[in-house]
Design a binder for this molecule. Sequence first.
Ligand code: KG4
Ligand code: ZN
Length: 339
Amino acid sequence: MVQILPIILAIESSCDETSASVIQSGKILNNVVASQAIHQKYGGVVPELASRAHQKNIVGVVNEAMHTAGIKNSDLQAIAFTRGPGLMGSLLVGVSFAKGMALALNLPMIEVNHMEAHVLAHFIDEPRPEFPFLCLTVSGGHTQIVLVKNFLEMEVIGQTQDDAVGEAFDKAAKMMGLPYPGGPLIDQYAKLGNANAYKFSQTSMPNLDFSFSGIKTAFLYFLRDKKKEDENFIDKNLNDICASLQKHLISMLMQKLKLASHQTGIKQIAIAGGVAANSGLRNTLNELAQELNWKVFIPEFQYCTDNAAMIAIAAHYKFLAGKFCAMDVAPIPNLGIGS
Ligand code: KG4
Ligand code: ZN
């Protein structure tokens, strides 16, 4: 039997990136992303402004994806979209746009879980992990260790009980007067600093779960006390502070990832999500790969932060499995993996 190799348009609009991607026969043709600079001056994503920016950007982003892929509307076999998790107002724009296109072109729709898509970003390019593997998904909204059984079956075996690690990076950056999102800036300054200059205490959580709210508060008090001694403390020591904080956050992640590998016996380890772009995290993982005999999978930068290519690859496997959704589907802001 000849296998159907689909052409799918995928749309991502869960937070503050409007993105579209076309996939043909499992190969990503492009990944168009419009980022929203508007949130910078507010020090974080403002949901109302995000949904308005998606409304403004989505037609141009989708047109560009179709045009640069050289694909006509009539070539498409399905429309995929992010159903959740994400911000309701942001998700609604992508879901409604996908419905409009699917209705107009008489095409089936495929709903995609944003967190599952971050994991499946590993199947966009070679080398691809083999099942089962563990994926540490680290973003502005999530910190999870996912046991990935196959393209359609995943289980969260550990997660944060409060803040996400990306949030810890961004809030710490804000405390130091850096603009949003501060994660990439901490990464940049950390490269120039001494990671052993300052020590922070650990909050220990049972099993494979994480907690990042304690370090946020500890960091606030650390800066307050140091500034009492010297009001220019941050300016004078920015590189060392960033390097020390980053080392601390990475060690919290690695402690649980090592435990997960030990408990499951799985040595194929992937990372995903915006924080996976962090160079310190990437270096540490590569070192651990040597030490613990792990096979480590780190996606390309453009597939770490939010993007529609990961939605497209997840949709490709759902298409092959015949998993389409109903036209009356609605976004789910707190959609969990495996639900
Ligand atoms: O996956 P993502 O693009 O969006 C969410 O779904 O949250 O992740 C965004 C998060 C932000 O917290 C941002 O500061 C963080 O990823 N991030 C980084 C780096 N690049 C992005 N954190 C640390 N180092 C980086 N290089
Ligand atoms: Zn994300």
